[in-house]
Design a protein around this ligand. Sequence first.
Ligand code: SF4
Length: 216
Amino acid sequence: MSITDRQREQAVAGLEQLAFLARAQAWHGEGIPSLPPTQAGVLRMLAATEHGLRARQIADRLGVSAASLSDSLKTLESRGWIRRRADPGDGRAALVNLSALGRRQVARLQHPQRGLASLLHGLPEADVAALLRVSQLLVAEAQQQGLVTGLRTCLGCRFFRPYASGNAARPHVCAFLGKPFAEIDLRVDCAEREPADAVAAAAMHARFQRVDAMTD
Ligand code: SF4
């Protein structure tokens, strides 16, 4: 059965309301001003990297312009939450890292009772798993449309084998880890991710979208 325009509009309205809520409530309380989504995104991204990132990489993953990111980085730097140092691989380039103070702010940002995390708190596992599944598909679509690049979802990773285990409880396989995993363990930001080539990515995407693929 195909989706009607009205049903699609309702789904879009839901996403927009959540995006607005995230912007408005991102980081209220504790005497800290609301943190704009780009700044929050930079902090979360840096927290998930070991050696830091170049500004260009951050801008590409967030889907923002270099100029917009530059303003955010200046603000975060002025608060002492990030620092820049020369890239050991290229002395002309700089890597952006979290400072110790920045790591403390990220811990507050990621607190399970704050921001969007607080909305997920009461959801059962199946619903969170469904959200992770949809996130994979939406991120893939955003990348296909050229809105962002370099995001690190399972879908599109060369190690991802959707519905390859034959195990209903843990249907997917991560070839990097060499083991099956459940839908709830789908990763939206995985440091080990490596992009699949275009042909493999298209086949993977098609299989991931087939809800009956597990019985193949
Ligand atoms: S390496 Fe990471 S992104 Fe790739 S399939 Fe495994 S868990 Fe997913």
